[in-house]
Design a protein around this ligand. Structure first.
Ligand SMILES: Cc1ncc(COP(=O)(O)OP(=O)(O)O)c(N)n1
Ligand SMILES: Cc1ncsc1CCOP(=O)(O)O
Ligand SMILES: [Mg+2]
Length: 224
């Protein structure tokens, strides 16, 4: 199991356009991990199964070294293959059209991290929670360069989603300017592609984001 607490902090998601080859992908992910990630997601929408397997396995090894769970987007079969190879900390993220969460939970067992996209919908969140989700992802909250067509959500949703008792992920246009706003609204995990992997220095970026969250938490404690 991972050494770190995966339920709060920065959740970086890879992008095949920003990180087009293995060296760039692994270099940027290693830097982001050094900066202090809670979770890393491998998101590659291509159909190149050979590349997906090679990259996912390399990322799983890297994440194991850092004690951070790797989450694979969309692909239950790939997660099962990695877990058979001994990468027991690899989990899955499923959207509304990516197959049955209940079935994924049955296949991966009770300990696997399985996340669910809920967009701006508490009814989706209720069903995902009942089907065994480990975290609930909402958004997009801001303008997203990676997925501008994702349905918008408003931040007040996050407080209402607290009723499910699961970690809430905010996604969509999150960066160092708005991270503390999303965190204050209730998101324990802040998921982002462009803010982490669109710049030159993912390590510094993740460090800065973690500092934002720390500063915000400290302010909150002072107010109590
Ligand atoms: C943490 C997180 N939240 C949401 C998504 C989006 O999932 P989905 O709606 O299935 O869209 P794609 O990412 O598959 O295009 C995510 N991947 N991760
Ligand atoms: C996968 C996904 N789902 C909703 S927004 C989004 C992309 C998030 O990327 P960015 O942090 O660059 O907006
Ligand atoms: Mg998906």
């Amino acid at each position: 199991m991972s050494a770190n607490d995966w339920t709060r902090g920065i959740y970086a998601i890879t992008d095949a356009v920003l990180l087009p080859d293995d060296a760039q992908l692994l270099g940027a992910c290693e830097a982001a991990l050094r900066g202090g990630l809670a979770l890393l997601q491998y998101r590659d929408k291509s159909t190149d199964d050979v590349r997906r397997w090679r990259q996912a396995r390399a990322l799983a090894a890297l994440c194991t070294e850092h004690g951070v769970p790797l989450i694979v987007n969309d692909d239950l079969a790939l997660v099962r293959r990695l877990r058979v190879e001994g990468f027991n900390d690899v989990g899955l993220h499923l959207g509304q059209r990516d197959g049955s969460l209940r079935e994924a939970r049955e296949r991966l067992g009770p300990d696997a991290i399985i996340g669910a996209t809920c967009h701006a919908r508490l009814d989706f969140a209720a069903r995902a929670a009942a089907d065994g989700a480990s975290y609930l992802a909402f958004g997009r909250f801001f303008v997203s360069r990676t997925k501008p067509e994702a349905p918008p959500a408003s931040l007040e949703l996050l407080a209402r989603a607290g009723r499910f008792g699961l970690p809430r992920v905010a996604i969509g246009g999150i960066d160092s300017d708005n991270a503390s706003t999303a965190h204050a609204a209730g998101a324990e995990l802040l998921a982002m592609v462009h803010a982490v992997f669109g710049g030159k220095d993912p390590e510094a970026c993740v460090r800065e984001l973690n500092l934002c969250l720390k500063r915000h938490a400290a302010k909150f404690i002072h107010r109590i």
